[in-house]
Structures are given as structure tokens and as C-alpha cells.
Design a protein around this ligand. Structure first.
Ligand code: SF4
Length: 683
């Protein structure tokens, strides 16, 4: 019996764990630890262990599908390309929009934004980073000149104090959670700030159980206490930053005294004081955060507050310090790096700078879309729903807005308003079901390519098996569509490596990378601008990435969320994920081992709230918001704060996003998934 072992990376979270896919008779039959991978050192979480199970699911798409009289009919690739090209050519540039994907490779994201800008001539290109860390990209870029996680994952273990805020790391990035445990075993204090007492919080030295949406108040109070006690890093503030006085003026206000912030956040004042002291005095403190910080109408404010705290205490650019913005999907960092965003080309080169547009036109050998910021995932859905006829055609690669986006009834209305939708995916997702043409794509195990993890580590994917039926790699589909549109010259690639070489030529932070250099298990962290450069695990060691090298403080006042609980909708709803499933469940719900562990959703409710409503554990409830209602089973638990309820968003049969609010951060355009008002009724 012959087995083959193909090293690659996990298709789920942004940690970027490496493993071997086990291949027998040309099919992937398992996952085996890859001990030499430095990220996870041979260890995997449940999702990683079962990451092979969906690959050969009988539900995989194997042929192009064209909708005729409301039903999908199998078609040839030529038929599908001919129809798509004819339709695409019938629209003006800005009547079309493309969604790239954090689930596909860097090469494929790069090609999708090139296809949008060079072939369709539309500035409307974006992807699901808009739903998870758009606030990080904007907030950290504003403060430091670079919108990415500042440290490496391994470095977390070096910290002496960790503020873990708005992230359930043990369940959502378990192999990063391992580094939190290593820090704790090395003597670090762990402060956990979250409305839920998750498994991550259970190992913390202090749990600040604050109301969702009060992050800025809590962080400003930390800064006030640090300043009052003289724990700030005066040299760092003086030599490496500017505009500190503006922040000082705000955080020293009485509004942010521990007593007042205790009233806003619901956290005892003495706990805030203790946490600020641990953090301010350690000399080596880091912040880990995830969507609890970013998914708010104040997402950018929250991120900038974290940046303020780290500049105030000088906790940047050294081992054990920094800001670990834990990205969600495996390649969400890479999709951003590749320019699959409405405002930048690859390497965060602004579409508003004429020289950048000219650079891309020269590299691609054609005119491209006007240099303006396009529609984002969220503003695209709003435009489709609320301004019918403005956008008529949408090309979606590997995204599932019909379960992932806020206010699903609104999303459905928007997508149904489109005249022509193409979806390219591996399964017939909820969104694909609304498409006019569905193209069968390959999964991570069926192609070569690269992905960039949350710590900016660019790693290889290696093909382990052939795709099912007639499915094709996303990069090949885009090239063939480009040719069908008359752009063969712009899409001449014979391999993913050829695309990567073009990426390196036009993207300064990837400029020194080649497939040969990425072969080694440790791969390379960007920025890696030259062939000799060793990569950069820790950013901002001597200077920040702004032209003057200085970090910028921004004064931030606390603002409440867009929708505050009231008499009619008295509970604060927050949403998130569980350890067994991934995002919209298209892969994990087709993994029997994972689906068995968590076959449906639930609503977490505090025992005091449950008692007041006469609700028993596991009882079926109706949860409603101003957007809609769902039926879902109760999970009565002391781990959730009184007055707050939690629902995971993976499950179509009780979709949390029917309830969530389509209120956006004004700058990052990220929705407020983490706070809206709802009510609960017995049924
Ligand atoms: Fe995969 Fe993330 Fe689990 Fe690692 S921690 S095995 S990358 S899901």
C-alpha cells in the first residue's frame, strides 16, 4: 500500500499551520502532522485534523452549471465562457463588481483584481476582509503606516503580559492559543477582555467581562491610569511618535476614570485598575485581538485605541510586545496584500495615486479602471439592494454573502436585483444557488500556490490530488475568461509560479520572494523587498512605515454602538464562531467528524436572564431583531454576561446574520456584527 505525503497549509484559520496531506490511490485520505513546520510544530486543532474530509465530498461541483428557466443545467466550459464573456461585454465597467476570496491563493486573488481592473475596467473589487479586519488595515496603517500584525506568532510566548481582547483564541486560532499558554507558563499575566468567558478566558489571571462595544472606554481608562502612575514610556513617545498630547487630553477626562468606565463597561473599577497596572508595568506587553475589536461601527477607533496604548507604553518593535491582529480566514492577509480591496493595488499601493495606476498599466500592458475607490463588499450589497440598476453584474469567487453578511434579507434582495451573477466555488453554496452561472473550482489540496498567514508568513500550497470531474483551479478559470474577453496577452500564465513572479515584480513587500525561497518550512515574512532580504518577523523595530518614520497617536472618544438595546429589543446580541466549524460552514459542515460534534446553532443566555423569561436549557426560542427572526435552541450558561446573548453564525437553519445590523464603520465599511439589539421569546 503506497502512501504519499504532500506538505501544505491548513485551509481554515489565519494561523497558517502546516501539515502533510496523505494521498493513497491518487486521492487525499488523511492529514498527518508536519513536525518541521515552525508555526504549529506538528500540532493541529480539530479543524486542521479533519481538513481532508470535505475534499472528496460527493457535493463537490464537477461541471459548469447554467441556469435555464430557474433550474441549473450542466454545460461545457466553452458554453459557460461564451455566455459569461457575452454578458460581461454588454455592461459598462462600473455596472460590474467582483468579489475575490480569502479562501483562495495569493496568485488567484492577484489575478481576480487584475481581471476586474484590466478586463472589466471596474474599480469594484473587494473580498471578505471587509467583514473581519478592514478596520485593522485602516487603523494600523493610520497609526504605523502598515496595516498588519506587528509580531510573529512564536513571539507571543516571549511576552510578560498579554491583553487578549475580543478574541476567543483557544477556539478560533488554537495554535496561537498554544503560544498564550507558553507565555503563561513563562510567568506572563494574562488579561482577558470579552463579554463571554470562553475557554481562552478560563486560563486568564483576570477576566474583564465588558459589554460589547465599550472597548474604547476601557482602553482610554487603561491609558489614563498608566499616565497617572507614570508607567508610560516617555522616550518612546518623544522619539518615535507624534500627536501624543492630543490623546493625553482625551484620555485624562473624567469620563474615563475607572469609576465612570466601570459604569459604561460593567467591569468592576478595581479590576480595571489591576489590569492597567499589570499591563503598564510589565515592560513587555502585547495585545491580541480579533473580531471583537474590529466588527463595530467604531472598528477603526477601537484599533487606533489599541495602537495608542502600545505607543504610550512603548510596546512595539521588540520581542514579546506589539499588536497581534489575528486574521480570520487562512489567506485573508494575502488577499489584502494582493490588492483584492476597493482602494489599493497589490502591496497597498493606492488607486488614488496616478503613478501607481500608471505602474500597473505599464506592467499589465493595457488601460485599467479609473483610479478611484470602488464599492466594497458591504457597499456593493447596499447599492444592489437600495439603488437597483446601478450595479447589474457580479462575479463572485469563493465567497458566500448569503450567510456571511449582515441582515441577510437585505443581502438576498440585493443579489436578486442583479441581472447576471457568476459564482466560482467548490460547492453549491447559498450564494451560488442565486447565480446564473456556476463554475466548479478546485480546493487547496488540488493546486499549487501561496498563502499569507496572519503573521505575514508567505507559505506554499502543494497539489496533492487532481480536482473532481471537470473542476479547474481559480487561476486557470480567470485566465481562460480573460482570453474569452480578448485579453490573452494579460493572462499568459502556465503555472501559479509564473503569476507569483509577476506579483513579486509589482509588489515591493514581496519583491525578494521566489517559489524556491519559499520551499523551506519557515518560508518568509513580508516585507522581503530583495533577493537577499531574510524577511521581517517583527515590524517597526527602529521606525514606523510612515515617510517620517513616526507613529501617529489619534485621540479617540468612546461612542455607543449603532443600535442600543431598548424596551422592545432588550438584549445585546453578539455573534461569532465555534471551534468545530468555519465561517459559513461550506467546508466544515461537509466534514462528518466536525458536523457530528456541533450539528446546529444555539443561543447563549445568562441563567438570570433565562430565569426571568422562564427559559430552560435546550428549549427552542424565537430570537428577533428589527431585521428578522430565527428559531434556535437555548444554551443557558453563566459564561455569558447578563443582558448579552451570543449566536454562532455558521448555521443556515438558524442564521445569526438574519438578525445582525447593516451598520458600517464610516471609514473601513465593516459591519457591526458584534453588537445589535434583539429580543427573545418562548415558542
Ligand atoms: Fe488550521 Fe487554524 Fe487549526 Fe492551525 S489553528 S490547524 S490553521 S484551523
Amino acid at each position: 500500500m503506497e502512501f504519499k505525503y504532500v506538505p501544505t497549509t491548513c485551509p481554515y484559520c489565519g494561523t497558517g499551520c502546516g501539515f502533510n496531506l496523505v494521498v493513497k490511490d491518487k486521492k487525499v485520505v488523511g492529514v498527518q502532522p508536519w513536525q518541521r513546520n515552525p508555526v504549529n510544530e506538528g500540532k493541529l486543532c480539530p479543524k486542521g485534523n479533519y481538513a481532508w474530509e470535505f475534499i472528496n465530498s460527493p457535493d463537490r461541483l464537477t461541471k459548469p452549471l447554467i441556469k435555464k428557466d430557474g433550474k441549473f443545467v450542466e454545460a461545457s466550459w466553452d458554453e459557460a465562457y461564451k455566455l459569461i464573456a457575452q454578458k460581461f461585454k454588454s455592461y459598462k465597467g462600473e455596472e460590474m463588481a467582483c468579489l475575490a476570496s480569502a479562501r483562495v491563493s495569493n496568485e488567484e486573488n492577484y489575478l481576480m483584481q487584475k481581471f476586474a481592473r484590466a478586463v472589466l475596467k471596474t474599480p469594484n473589487i473587494d473580498h471578505c476582509a471587509r467583514l473581519c479586519h478592514a478596520s485593522t488595515v485602516v487603523g494600523l496603517a493610520g497609526a504605523f503606516g502598515s496595516g498588519a500584525m506587528t509580531q510573529s506568532i512564536a513571539d507571543i510566548a516571549e511576552s510578560k503580559c498579554l491583553l487578549v481582547i475580543g478574541t476567543n483564541t483557544f477556539e478560533q486560532h488554537p495554535l496561537i492559543g498554544r503560544r498564550i499558554m507558553q507565555a503563561k507558563m513563562n510567568g506572563a499575566k494574562i488579561i482577558y477582555a470579552d463579554p463571554r468567558l470562553t475557554p481562552t478566558g478560563k486560563i486568564a489571571d483576570l477576566h474583564l467581562q465588558f459589554y460589547s462595544g465599550t472597548d474604547v472606554a476601557l482602553l482610554n481608562c487603561f491609558m489614563q491610569l498608566i499616565l497617572k502612575n507614570g508607567w508610560e514610556n516617555k522616550d518612546f513617545i518623544k522619539n518615535r511618535t507624534k500627536d501624543f498630547e492630543k490623546v493625553k487630553e482625551v484620555v485624562m477626562k473624567d469620563t474615563y476614570s475607572p469609576e465612570n468606565v466601570s459604569k459604561i463597561t460593567g467591569v468592576p473599577a478595581e479590576d480595571i485598575i489591576k489590569a492597567a497596572e499589570w499591563f503598564g508595568k510589565s515592560g513587555q506587553s502585547a495585545v491580541l485581538y480579533s473580531m471583537g475589536i474590529t466588527q463595530h461601527t467604531t472598528g477603526v477607533d477601537n484599533v487606533k485605541s489599541v495602537a495608542n496604548l502600545q505607543m504610550l507604553t512603548g510596546n512595539l518593535g521588540r520581542p514579546g510586545t506589539g499588536i497581534c491582529a489575528l486574521r480570520g480566514q487562512n489567506n485573508v492577509q494575502g488577499a489584502c496584500d494582493m490588492g483584492a480591496l476597493a482602494n489599493v493595488y497589490s502591496g497597498y499601493q493606492s488607486v488614488l495615486v496616478p503613478e501607481m495606476k500608471k505602474k500597473m498599466e505599464d506592467a499589465w500592458g493595457c488601460q485599467i479602471a479609473e483610479g478611484k475607490v470602488g464599492l466594497t463588499v458591504t457597499t456593493l450589497i447596499n447599492t444592489l439592494a437600495d439603488e437597483p440598476g446601478k450595479v447589474k453584474c457580479v462575479y463572485i469567487m469563493g465567497e458566500n454573502p448569503m450567510l456571511s453578511d449582515p441582515d441577510l434579507h437585505h443581502v438576498e434582495k440585493g443579489l436578486k436585483n442583479a441581472e447576471f451573477i457568476v459564482v466560482q466555488d467548490i460547492f453549491l453554496t447559498e450564494t451560488a444557488q442565486l447565480a446564473d452561472v456556476v463554475l466548479p473550482a478546485t480546493c487547496f489540496a488540488e493546486k499549487d500556490g501561496t498563502q499569507t498567514s496572519t503573521e505575514r508568513r508567505v507559505q506554499k500550497w502543494r497539489k496533492a490530488q487532481d480536482p473532481p470531474g471537470e473542476a479547474r483551479a481559480d487561476w486557470k478559470i480567470i485566465c481562460e475568461l480573460g482570453a474569452a474577453m480578448g485579453y490573452e496577452k494579460q493572462f499568459p500564465y502556465k503555472s501559479a509560479e509564473e503569476i507569483f513572479n509577476e506579483i513579486a515584480r509589482v509588489t515591493p513587500s514581496y519583491g525578494g520572494m521566489t517559489y524556491a525561497r519559499l520551499e523551506k518550512p519557515e518560508a518568509l515574512h513580508w516585507p522581503c523587498p530583495t533577493a537577499e532580504h531574510p524577511g521581517t518577523p517583527i515590524l517597526h523595530k527602529e521606525k514606523f512605515s510612515h515617510p517620517d518614520g513616526l507613529g501617529i497617536f489619534t485621540p479617540i472618544e468612546w461612542k455607543a454602538q449603532a443600535e442600543v438595546p431598548d424596551k422592545e429589543y432588550p438584549f445585546l446580541l453578539t455573534t461569532g464562531r465555534c471551534i468545530w466549524h468555519w465561517h459559513t460552514g461550506s467546508m466544515t459542515r461537509r466534514s462528518p467528524s466536525l458536523e457530528r460534534e456541533e450539528p446546529t446553532g444555539w443561543v447563549e443566555i445568562n441563567p438570570e436572564d433565562a430565569k426571568a423569561l422562564g427559559i430552560a436549557d435546550k428549549e427552542m426560542l424565537k430570537v428577533s431583531s428589527r431585521r428578522g427572526d430565527i428559531k434556535i435552541g437555548a444554551r443557558v450558561t453563566k459564561t455569558i454576561k447578563k443582558g448579552v446573548v451570543f449566536i454562532p453564525f455558521h448555521f443556515i437553519e438558524c442564521a445569526a446574520n438574519i438578525l445582525t445590523i447593516n451598520a458600517l464603520d464610516p471609514v473601513a465599511k465593516i459591519p457591526e456584527f458584534k453588537a445589535c439589539a434583539c429580543k427573545i421569546e418562548k415558542i
